[in-house]
Design a protein around this ligand. Structure first.
Ligand SMILES: C[S@@+](CC[C@H](N)C(=O)[O-])C[C@H]1O[C@@H](n2cnc3c(N)ncnc32)[C@H](O)[C@@H]1O
Length: 309
């Protein structure tokens, strides 16, 4: 069906033109069977044809009404509700199922798995020097730490964590999953901004996962510089950021997420090195999720005289 200014667009032709994954075709066909005009508007928007304000709003409204994931993202693109949604795919709506099947969605799930593996390795390294305290800053529910603790450290009194998140509901839910995982005695949940958070105890490991992606390099460097006093001497830091590959390999998912106001500043390894350098951390290594859509960089506090403060 032709719309006001947008002629009917064939899903097949669109998919072929951009060589999109089959899940994009599935998504557009399911929208087409429900509302052909919206499918046409989505394709027109992707092709950068101008949409009227009414058409823009109609597309957005369609996503809000037909996808829990989209509604949650629109309400707050940085909420842990969005990441948690992808960690444990259960929703039934076709648009939500698209996110589970897309490379972008699977990469976020894979990031969790790789972060947990590497967090375990870091804990083991630091345990050689005694007790280990982890700071999960912007930790959301703290799922990564809860998983690692339940799997490896339930009976180890030398490992503990503090989860700092400004979101009251994430903090509440975090306490519940820690309880369910049998590790609530090892994780303190604090509802606060980590930029304000002060503590007498220093962290041996700080992790910031899914926190920096939307921020410019200079802001990331300032944040890391600000939290540096929370880290013990020779402490490790792990940060994550989306890579430009996410946009190259799965532009359609990023396009859909953009409609919901999810905007990222993609950073490659060099930019993460630059952030560490500016904030006074020494680069150690980097790892990625299985799709190369996120870089997770690990560094240590640089204890040279000029970087001590
Ligand atoms: C996308 S979620 C990621 C949660 C978790 N780290 C993970 O990997 O699943 C980002 C989290 O950072 C939190 N956050 C962002 N800025 C913060 C700040 N300044 N202080 C505390 N929490 C913050 C948000 O509330 C949100 O829970």
């Amino acid at each position: 069906m032709a719309t006001d200014d947008h002629k009917s667009q064939s899903v097949e032709g669109f998919i072929e033109k951009f060589n999109f994954d089959p899940c994009v075709s599935e998504l557009l066909k399911s929208i087409e069977s429900d509302n052909e005009r919206i499918k046409d508007l989505i394709i027109s928007k992707y092709l950068q044809m101008p949409l009227s304000s009414r058409e823009e709003e109609d597309v957005l409204e369609y996503f809000i009404n037909n996808s829990v994931f989209s509604a949650a993202t629109l309400a707050n693109p940085a909420t842990s509700v969005v990441t948690e949604f992808l960690y444990d795919p259960k929703a039934a709506y076709p648009i939500d199922k698209y996110f589970f099947k897309s490379k972008g969605g699977k990469a976020i799930h894979s990031r969790l798995i790789r972060v947990e593996e590497n967090l375990h390795l870091l804990i083991e390294e630091h345990l050689k020097n005694g007790k280990v305290l982890i700071g999960n800053l912007g930790g959301g529910l703290g799922r990564d730490v809860v998983d690692v603790f339940s799997k490896y450290y339930r009976d180890n009194n030398n490992v503990a964590a503090i989860n700092v998140d400004k979101d009251k509901n994430a903090t509440k839910r975090g306490k519940r999953i820690a309880e369910a995982g049998g590790v609530s005695n090892k994780i303190k949940f604090i509802e606060d901004s980590f930029t304000r958070y002060k503590s007498k105890e220093k962290f041996d490991i700080i992790i910031l996962v899914g926190v920096l992606c939307s921020l410019p390099v200079e802001t990331c460097a300032l944040i890391l510089k600000g939290i540096k006093p929370l880290l013990a001497k020779n402490g490790s830091i792990m940060i994550s950021n989306a890579t430009p590959r996410m946009l190259d390999d799965d532009p359609f998912t990023y396009f859909i997420m953009n409609i919901m106001g999810w905007r990222l500043i993609f950073k490659d390894e060099e930019l993460l090195k630059d952030i560490f350098d500016k904030a006074g951390f020494k680069w150690q290594r980097v790892f990625t999720d299985d799709y190369g859509f996120h870089n997770m960089a690990i560094g240590i506090k640089n204890n040279s005289f000029f970087n001590r403060f």
